[in-house]
Write a protein that binds this ligand. Structure first.
Ligand SMILES: Cc1cc2nc3c(=O)[nH]c(=O)nc-3n(C[C@H](O)[C@H](O)[C@H](O)COP(=O)(O)O)c2cc1C
Length: 270
């Protein structure tokens, strides 16, 4: 991924985890040689300034800043660029507005996609790289296809050298090797990093997820929350609310502990 200024000692990317990521998690992943991600979802300028300053105190390595909200004030991007950040994640609903602005500011835009229509749209808007979501992912799922179905054809479409990050349902080093063999440059993992020491999910929710298996996950098609347009894979609970800290992907059955983010990166690196 040298074309977008990313040389990762470990080809491992922590996914955007809504309120469950944070400067501590993102910095720990990047310091360990992977690429951490910090979600910026319609924050105030003051709150963004504080989070970016905290991130910079923890690491100067690249961190992916994910714009997950539909609308962002232009000043938020300016603040990120002024803090020295170059790598941004966008999605189908904000990519068309953000890609050009990111590139004009000297940044690169990695666009998350999950089907051919989204891939074509991202490429038509000039995305610098793609984050491919397979249908086994935790949290908001906008992909009807597995990574086996998506990645080889996409690699053939975009050619060698175009940055591709792929994830959804991954948990182990074997999984990482498998997506690299399919043609990805790096593997994306969300649930695995949700179940780390540094993630901001409540410890009780982490323990609940750890005790659960894939059979207790379901794809909730109710249209609610900040991503009202996509189903969410989450833990089936009778008493607990629908919260990101209880999202999980189909790698869950292969996750059995709560290590530090650095330990996770080291274990996952082939
Ligand atoms: C706790 C959590 C929060 C997430 N929040 C978002 C989000 O706000 N927007 C989004 O597009 N994807 C979100 N995702 C999906 C991730 O970006 C990624 O596609 C997914 O985690 C990959 O699958 P995995 O969890 O099986 O590794 C979330 C996933 C989790 C686990």
């Amino acid at each position: 991924m040298n074309s977008v200024g990313l040389s990762l000692p470990a080809p491992v990317v922590q996914a955007a985890l809504a309120g469950c990521d944070g400067p501590r998690l993102a910095a720990a992943v990047s310091r360990a040689g992977g690429l951490g991600t910090l979600t910026l979802c319609a924050p105030t300028l003051g709150a963004t300034r504080v989070r970016l300053a905290r991130l910079r105190r923890l690491t100067m390595r690249p961190v992916l800043l994910a714009f997950t909200g539909e609308w962002e004030k232009p000043e938020v991007l300016n603040l990120c660029v002024a803090a020295g950040h170059r790598h941004f994640q966008v999605f189908w609903w904000n990519g068309p507005r953000l890609v050009r602005r990111i590139q004009d500011s000297g940044g690169v835009a990695l666009w998350q996609v999950g089907n051919q229509g989204q891939i074509d749209e991202a490429l038509a808007h000039g995305a610098d790289g793609l984050i491919v979501q397979g249908t086994q992912a935790g949290g908001p799922v906008r992909s009807p296809r597995t990574l086996d179905e998506l990645v080889p054809g996409l690699r053939a479409q975009v050619g060698a050298g175009f940055p591709l990050i792929a994830g959804g349902g991954l948990a182990t080093c074997e999984d990482v090797k498998r997506v690299l063999a399919l043609g990805a440059d790096a593997a994306l993992l969300g649930t695995r990093f949700l179940l780390s020491q540094e993630s901001q999910a409540p410890r009780s929710h982490k323990l609940r997820l750890l005790r659960a298996a894939n059979e207790q996950l379901f794809l909730d098609t109710q249209l609610v929350g900040q991503w009202p347009c996509s189903p969410r894979r989450r833990l089936l609970t009778h008493s607990l609310p629908d919260e990101p800290s209880l999202y999980g992907g189909e790698g869950l059955s292969r996750i059995h502990d709560l290590p530090s983010a650095a330990q996770i990166v080291h274990r996952l690196a082939p």
